[in-house]
Design a protein. Structure first.
Length: 318
C-alpha cells in the first residue's frame, strides 16, 4: 500500500501510461480511466485506455475527446479493479502480470500489483482520481469532470446508496461547478432505456423468486433471455438493483449466466446486512452494500447455494 502522493509520483514519472478497465465496464471504471487519461494528456504525457469488453454507446460523451494512441507503455495502471481476474480476456493474458499500479476503492482488493492505493471509504474510484489529479496540479475541466461525475453518480445510485459520504457530495459539487450537464448525465445513466432493456426488465421481473419470508429476492439473467430480448451488454447495467428495490427485501440476488456455464452472482444489500460477507463464502467480495462472486454450477444448484448462504447469514446476524 502506497500513499496517494506516491501514486501521483509514479504517474508523473511515466511518459506512456496504459490504463485498464474491468470487464463488463461500468461508469466508475470508465469514468476513472477517462479522467486519468485526459488528465495525463493535459500534462503532455501519452495515455490510452483498454477494456476487454465493448464500451456501451451511452458512455460516448465521455470518450468523444479521447483519440486512441498506440505505444508500448512504461506503466500499466488498473482503475476500479479489485482482482486481476476481473480484467477478463484478452487483457488478463496480455497484462495480468504487468500491472505496476492499482487504484481502487474495494475493501476486497487482492493487492495483486506491486504498488497499490486502495481507499475503501471512497464511494467510487472516481473520488480517488479526483483527489489524485488535484495532487498532480491538473486542472479538472469539463471533460474530466463529466467523466468523474459519471463514475460517482453510477456507483452511488445517483447518491442513494449507503456508500455516500460528505466528501462524495463535496466532490460532486466541485465537479458540477465546472459547468457539466449533470442532469443530462443522470438522465442518460438512470432514466433512458432502450427497447431491448425494457424487454430484459420484463423477463427479469418474471424470474423473481423470494426466500426467507421475502427478505431475500432473486432474479435470473440467462443467455436465452439476452438473445430473446436483443439486449447488449449496455442494456444489462443496473438490473442487479431491481430485487433490492422490493419492499421488505434485505438482500437482492442476481444470477447471470456466463459463456462457460458458470453463474456470476451480484448481491445488493440493505443495512444492516453485508453483501461482501455472503460473497466471501464463495471466494468473492466487494462492499457492504454491493458485492459479487462466481458459482460453477447449473442454475438450479447455483441458486440454491447462494440462497442458502444468504439465509444462513441473515439467521446468524440479523
Amino acid at each position: 500500500m502506497i500513499s496517494l502522493d506516491d501514486a501521483a509520483a509514479i504517474l508523473q514519472s511515466s511518459e506512456k501510461t496504459l490504463i485498464l478497465c474491468h470487464r463488463y465496464p461500468d461508469g466508475d471504471t470508465l469514468g476513472s480511466a477517462a479522467a486519468l487519461c485526459l488528465g495525463l494528456r493535459k500534462t503532455g504525457k501519452r495515455a490510452r485506455i483498454k477494456c476487454s469488453d465493448k464500451i456501451g454507446a451511452k458512455y460516448d460523451y465521455i470518450f468523444k475527446n479521447i483519440r486512441d494512441d498506440d505505444f508500448t507503455p512504461d506503466l500499466t495502471v488498473t482503475v476500479d479493479i479489485a482482482d486481476k481476474e476481473l480484467l477478463g480476456e484478452p487483457l488478463l493474458s496480455a497484462y495480468g502480470d504487468k500491472v505496476g499500479l492499482c487504484i481502487d476503492h474495494h475493501p476486497s482488493n487482492t493487492k495483486y500489483t506491486p504498488k497499490y492505493f486502495v481507499d475503501p471509504k471512497a464511494a467510487a474510484t472516481c473520488e480517488i482520481i479526483f483527489r489524485l489529479l488535484k495532487l498532480m496540479g491538473i486542472e479538472i475541466d469539463k471533460p474530466i469532470a463529466s467523466a468523474l461525475y459519471t463514475g460517482i453518480t453510477t456507483d452511488t445510485g445517483c447518491f442513494k446508496y449507503i456508500n455516500v459520504t460528505p466528501d462524495t457530495y463535496r466532490i460532486a459539487a466541485d465537479l458540477v461547478e465546472t459547468g457539466i450537464d449533470s442532469p443530462s448525465i443522470n438522465r442518460i445513466m438512470f432514466d433512458t432505456k432502450s427497447r431491448a432493456r425494457v424487454e430484459m426488465e420484463k423477463r427479469v421481473m418474471d424470474s423473481i423468486e423470494y426466500a426467507r419470508g421475502g427478505s431475500i429476492a432473486v432474479i435470473e439473467i440467462t443467455k436465452k433471455m439476452i438473445t430473446e430480448s436483443g439486449a447488449v451488454e449496455d442494456d444489462l447495467d443496473g438490473l442487479a438493483t431491481i430485487p433490492r428495490g422490493i419492499e421488505g427485501v434485505l438482500i437482492g440476488i442476481t444470477l447471470r449466466e456466463k459463456d462457460d456455464g458458470t453463474y456470476k452472482i451480484s448481491l445488493r444489500a440493505h443495512p444492516p446486512a453485508d453483501a461482501s460477507d455472503i460473497c466471501a463464502v464463495f471466494g468473492g467480495g466487494g462492499h457492504k452494500g454491493a458485492a459479487g462472486c462466481t458459482i460453477a454450477a447449473p442454475l438450479k444448484d447455483a441458486k440454491a447455494k447462494i440462497i442458502n448462504a444468504a439465509k444462513e447469514y441473515l439467521d446468524k446476524n440479523i
